[in-house]
Design a protein around this ligand. Structure first.
Ligand code: SF4
Ligand code: MG
Length: 338
């Protein structure tokens, strides 16, 4: 397929009193039309900053995109170089965003119908009543029954799951080419989570929208992603198809993530908490592999030289010295495909 998004050597830093935090340190990936790409990693891995930078939703300053970074959208918009007014158009007409907390993007003082129809009228010349009709259609599309009554309700009159559906409808109002969903189900209970994921997958298949899904939940990834990138300490440490990552993972951090997938029958918090240790301080990133301090396989070279990606196939690569031909052979220590 044709790429909708090509990210090349993206570097984003935050200027703080104490110095510079290197939140994203040379991220590259591409996303084809109609594909779902999941970005997984712990909080602080740079996954949200990457997504927000693609939409230019983080304030500059304190953050800034470093020289040499490129984010090419739809083969024509160089996001890193666009003015704020150009960017507003792209966001309003071609990209949609779904956040963890619907209340951050819903206006509490407007009915949901008014908000969605306003979104429609921002970039399509249609009458108010026509826009309202389309708003009702969108609410139906996202699985809300009696949409013609729902359009008159305010966000606070709806349940958390219903609000999330409204936000999805809102994000679809501009018929985006790219949808970015940042932890779209994290705040919801398990049953509602499953419904929202089904809904997103459904919409993706119906509309062929490209989606970037940011999540720490590998269960969600398995449900809908085609490709996966695993981020750690501001870098991509492994990239592959869904099958590569679940059935042939080749980075020790990915192994840790897979081991920490919660069992469906447990009510344990599903944060990734089973990898001992903490990510490095990005004020002063380590010289070698950023995972070395937590990695049971770390060798001397890991502490000295940051590994480049080793290619396993056209789609699959891992930034780990274990893939060097001279490295000791280790078995993949996770039960895969379970
Ligand atoms: Fe572990 Fe070394 Fe691989 Fe880093 S490069 S993940 S420290 S084995
Ligand atoms: Mg986040």
């Amino acid at each position: 397929g044709k790429p909708i998004l090509e990210v090349n050597n993206l570097r984003v830093s935050f200027k703080m009193y104490a110095g510079e935090v290197q939140a994203v340190r040379g991220v590259s990936f591409s996303l084809n039309k109609g594909e779902v790409l999941a970005i997984v990693g712990e909080s602080g891995s740079g996954k949200s900053v990457t997504a927000q930078t693609i939409m230019r939703l983080i304030p500059t300053p304190p953050s800034y995109i470093k020289e040499g970074s490129s984010v090419l959208f739809d083969s024509k918009h160089e996001i890193t170089k666009m003015s704020e007014s150009q960017m507003e158009k792209v966001r309003g007409q071609e990209m949609g965003m779904i956040f963890q907390d619907p209340m951050t993007s819903l206006n509490p003082t407007m009915t949901v119908g008014a908000q969605i129809s306003e979104g429609i009228r921002k970039h399509q010349k249609v009458s108010k009543s026509e826009a309202m009709q389309r708003a009702a259609d969108l609410l139906t599309l996202v699985g809300m029954s009696n949409a013609s009554e729902r359009i008159h309700q305010y966000p606070h009159e709806l349940s958390g799951g219903m609000r999330q559906r409204v936000m999805i409808a809102l994000s679809l109002a501009c018929q985006p080419k790219l949808l970015i969903a940042d932890e779209p189900t994290t705040a919801l209970d398990v049953t509602i989570q499953a419904q929202i994921i089904d809904l997103l997958r459904d919409i993706q298949q119906k509309t062929d929208t490209s989606i970037i899904l940011i999540t720490h939940d590998l269960g969600v990834v398995a449900e809908m992603a085609h490709k996966v990138i695993v981020m750690y300490a501001g870098k991509v440490v492994e990239r592959g198809t869904l099958n590569d990552i679940f059935y042939n993972p080749r980075h020790p951090y990915t192994w840790g993530l897979l081991r920490s997938v919660p069992r469906l029958d447990s009510d344990k918090n599903n944060e990734l908490d089973s990898i001992p240790g903490t990510p490095p301080d990005l004020f002063a990133p380590p010289v070698g592999c950023a995972f070395a301090a937590r990695c049971p396989y770390a060798m001397q070279i890991c502490k000295e030289v940051d590994p480049e990606h080793f290619e396993l196939s056209a789609d699959h690569s891992s930034a780990c010295w274990l893939l060097h031909p001279d490295a000791p052979k280790v078995d993949i220590p996770v039960e895969v495909g379970g």
